[in-house]
Design a protein around this ligand. Structure first.
Ligand code: B12
Ligand code: SF4
Length: 447
């Protein structure tokens, strides 16, 4: 299929990052209370990539600034933009769709990528407002698509995309992953206003893409497949140097977005050694799996400025841990808590309730585990069954129904109807946890 001819051939593209749901305020006024708004790395990578190939990129960043449709209209008109790329997770897909409708009605070709498009592409390309969905890693498919559009060539042979041709939905197959991540330009930090992010100290970087594990509820595999590919330590340091020199970021907060920063031990040691040698004095945190940490590793990380590690723990019930493919036990969790405590690094656990077979008792088992470990930081969420994951794809097998309101796929809403718990069971348990957190925080403030 050849996408219909654009009004005027040029090398201009606009990217839009829709605001996150009300869970995450998207105005600067609210943002500093939440410490949750981070630079939109996915789009910044894409922007840098297309710029390196001669394109001009315009980014509308809805994370830190309310999106004003008139502004979008005037950027599009002024720069004669014909192609708009939108990023989206499931929870902000409804907003992405509204924006898609707006730019589509202005005559633009609309491309959408990110976690939601990567897994729910059937539904996404069924929308009249979306021309093409990019599945997974976006750089290469996007570039091929831009070339095809400008040369009025068929898009059917471009791997990693989905689109609708007549009544048929075509998925062209997974594109090969980029093997050498060092070959990518640094994210286009010049393409957006970085000042608010610097002020919030919310800079982060991603030093590897993907995770080899297969936890049943997790979307990582839908974006990256089950393969982790790593940047070299030197490439990571190049980005940290940039933060230091350009943003004067020495001594500030930093986060690594890798699914698991501790997966490749020798590389992590190399990164830490270089961070120590460079004397950045960043205070940083990261995500990890408890079965990939060791005492010597955490001691080194601490020396390099790490103060908190987030682990996906999910449940305090060994049977549930086995059923969700977590491949860890409560014993392993206890050991990891000890290793963190010895290294004086905060153990932050992500917990989850609402698996299809769980009962109120199971919810309380997990919450009681959190309550019995006041030394750890915890975040409890309600399971959101994302497209492309086991509970969404095989809902009959698990005997559940799913309410497909995407803005409720936010981990604080229950969208699953299960035979073993009611929505009141889950919200009651969730409130118990929130109350515990509130009391704990109050106690800590009074100390
Ligand atoms: C950072 C992050 C956040 C940040 C977002 C900050 C930001 N500025 O983007 C915060 C903390 C706010 C966040 C919040 C949430 N997140 Co989050 N987050 C991540 C994380 C860890 C890293 C994202 C990232 O930067 N990746 C690096 C870049 C390079 O990858 P990328 O963004 O995917 O982009 C690439 C491709 O997807 C594609 N692409 C992306 N967009 C586009 C657009 C176009 C046009 C094209 C062509 C291609 C394309 O090309 C890019 C380059 O290859 C991912 C997990 C992960 N490791 O990827 C989860 C992840 C994206 N988050 C997830 C979830 C579930 C959430 C929350 C619901 C969780 C919660 N309740 O807290 C909320 C949702 C917020 C909301 N209410 O809308 C899920 C998404 C599942 C889904 N189907 O939606 C992920 C995949 C985690 C997981 N393993 O399940 N998150
Ligand atoms: S270890 Fe973490 S990133 Fe990897 S599959 Fe499990 S939940 Fe997803």
């Amino acid at each position: 299929m050849v996408l219909y001819p654009i009004k005027e051939k040029n090398k201009n593209i606009m990217f839009i990052i829709p605001p996150l749901t009300e869970l995450y305020p998207n105005s600067l006024d609210d943002a500093d209370e939440v410490d949750i708004v981070h630079p939109p790395l996915g789009v910044l990578y894409l922007s840098a990539y297309v710029k390196a190939k001669g394109y001009k990129s315009f980014i509308c960043d809805g994370l830190i600034k309310r999106i004003v449709l008139d502004e979008i209209r005037s950027i599009i008109n002024k720069n004669r933009i014909n192609i708009v790329g939108i990023t989206s997770m499931s929870a902000n897909y409804e907003k992405a769709l509204e924006l898609a409708a707006f730019v589509k009605n202005m005559g633009c070709i609309v491309i959408i990528g990110g976690a939601h498009a990567s897994s729910a592409y059937n539904k996404v390309v069924s929308s009249p407002y979306i021309d093409v969905a990019i599945i997974g890693e976006g750089e290469a498919p996007l570039m091929s698509l831009l070339n095809a559009i400008n040369q009025e060539q068929s898009i059917n042979n471009i791997q990693g995309i989905a689109f609708k041709e007549g009544d048929e939905i075509i998925f062209t197959g997974q594109a090969p992953r980029i093997r050498n991540l060092d070959s990518l330009p640094l994210p286009d930090y010049e393409g957006i206003d970085m000042e608010p992010y610097i002020a919030l100290q919310s800079l982060g970087l991603i030093s590897s893409r993907g995770c080899p594990n297969n936890c049943l509820f997790c979307s990582s595999k839908n974006i990256w497949g089950r393969q982790a590919i790593f940047r070299s330590a030197n490439s990571v340091i190049q980005e940290l140097d940039y933060f230091n020199e350009v943003f004067k970021y020495k001594g500030k907060e930093l986060i690594f977005y890798d699914d698991n920063l501790t997966l490749k031990k020798d590389r992590l040691f190399e990164i830490c050694d270089l961070m120590i040698e460079k004397d950045y004095q960043y205070r940083w945190k990261c995500m990890s799996r408890i079965d990939t940490i060791t005492s010597d590793m955490l001691i080194k990380m601490k020396q390099a400025g790490c103060y908190s590690i987030s682990f996906g723990i999910e449940s305090a019930n060994n049977e549930t841990l086995a059923r969700i493919n977590k491949n860890i036990t409560t014993n392993d969790i206890e050991k990891a808590i000890k290793i963190c405590s010895d290294a004086e690094i905060i153990f932050h656990g992500y917990f989850m309730i609402g698996f299809p077979w769980e009962t109120s008792n199971n919810f309380m088992e997990t919450i009681n585990f959190i309550r019995s470990h006041p030394e750890i930081e915890a975040s409890l969420s309600i399971l959101s069954p994302y497209p492309g994951t086991e509970f969404y794809d095989n809902r009959e097998k698990w005997d559940i129904e799913i309410e497909e309101e995407w803005d409720k796929f936010n981990h604080i809403s229950s969208v699953i109807k299960s035979k073993s718990y009611s929505s009141s069971d889950i919200y009651t348990a969730f409130s118990t946890y929130l109350l515990y957190e509130e009391r704990k925080n109050n106690n800590e403030t009074q100390k």
